[in-house]
Design a protein around this ligand. Sequence first.
Ligand SMILES: *[C@@H]1O[C@H](CO)[C@@H](O)[C@H](O)[C@H]1NC(C)=O
Ligand SMILES: *[C@@H]1O[C@H](CO)[C@@H](O)[C@H](O)[C@H]1NC(C)=O
Ligand SMILES: *[C@@H]1O[C@H](CO)[C@@H](O)[C@H](O)[C@H]1NC(C)=O
Ligand SMILES: *[C@@H]1O[C@H](CO)[C@@H](O)[C@H](O)[C@H]1NC(C)=O
Length: 345
Amino acid sequence: MKVFAALFTCLALATALPANEAPGEEKHPKSKFGSFDLVGYAKDNPIGKTTGGGSGEKVTVRDGAALLAAASDSKPRTIYVEGRIDLPSRLRVGSNKSILGIGKTAEIRQNGMTIVNATNVIVRNLAIRFIVDNDGITVQNSTRVWIDHNEFESEFSQELGPDYYDGQLDTVRGSDWVTISWNYFHDHWKSNLIGNSDVLRDVDFGKLHLTYHHNYWRNCGTRGPSGRFGHQHIYNNLYVDYRYQAIQSRSDNQMLVEANAFFGNTRTAATTYGLVIPEDSPNTSPEGDFEIDGYMNLGAKNYFGDAAVNITHIGDFKKAPYKYRLTDLYELPFTVLAGVGVGKI
Ligand SMILES: *[C@@H]1O[C@H](CO)[C@@H](O)[C@H](O)[C@H]1NC(C)=O
Ligand SMILES: *[C@@H]1O[C@H](CO)[C@@H](O)[C@H](O)[C@H]1NC(C)=O
Ligand SMILES: *[C@@H]1O[C@H](CO)[C@@H](O)[C@H](O)[C@H]1NC(C)=O
Ligand SMILES: *[C@@H]1O[C@H](CO)[C@@H](O)[C@H](O)[C@H]1NC(C)=O
């Protein structure tokens, strides 16, 4: 089983790293997870903490029609999703919503969701599987969004190519103040895009502040994540078999990358070289597509394994403007494998 293979490489890391080299701010011996509370830009930002449905009405949905009807307005509402829902059309999510899967089996298929022109949205504990020809979740022109403890699954297949599925979780069009935590992204080509075009500088520049922490990527191709024009703090994520290129900062984007761990067959772990590599869109850009470079700072020590790192421009994003707790690097693989995905909160 692949997870065992990952654990073995994790054990190799645990013995390879002397304990005194492991980074970490505060220790939290009581719980290996610390807590699953909201951390990062969706919590600490100039417009207020993300609270989703808050104390608004609560509904439970079991079919597509009910889910579509409950999510699209901007009234505060917590929507509990029970079981598998095959959505008849794309789910549009409006402001002030929490969409929370119940137990281990909440799942959407057939169509994904777009959080659009909205503020204050939470999506937790939901599997989003095999969404063809569109993103699993698109966050578009929206602020204060927390995407936590979900599973995103499709296929990473040379036969189907990169465009059969689109992104797993893409954040675009001036969106801002987003936290993406404890998600399991697997078996997908183009996973997480931030800023969907280099011609949207005016829309995106100075926005797209995202925190990515404690996510697990396995068997993906590109965009883990790839960011343009914004600021992203990428810490404590686990990568196994990220085939072509995982973290990319391009088009004047700024990233702070710290205490992440890479295992298995990963070609490039982190780069600021602007070229959109040929493997990203071999159908439309077989030679690749030139964009200007981005910026990257490495904070607390990462474990890149054998993967390449190509930082062409050091940036000025040296410190996250909020409180957070780093998991020790040598504990990270175990912590992430045990804590990510559905059925954990
Ligand atoms: C919900 O969201 C809107 C933004 O679309 C906001 O103006 C409003 O104050 C929020 N709260 C309620 C109770 O509607
Ligand atoms: C979002 O807002 C823009 C501009 O007001 C509008 O054109 C667009 O239709 C809105 N999208 C949705 C899904 O309501
Ligand atoms: C973005 O959403 C806001 C509502 O929150 C809307 O007023 C604005 O027109 C939207 N802009 C675009 C480009 O869709
Ligand atoms: C690293 O970046 C340089 C540009 O500064 C580029 O020429 C080179 O091909 C890149 N290497 C890789 C492995 O992407």
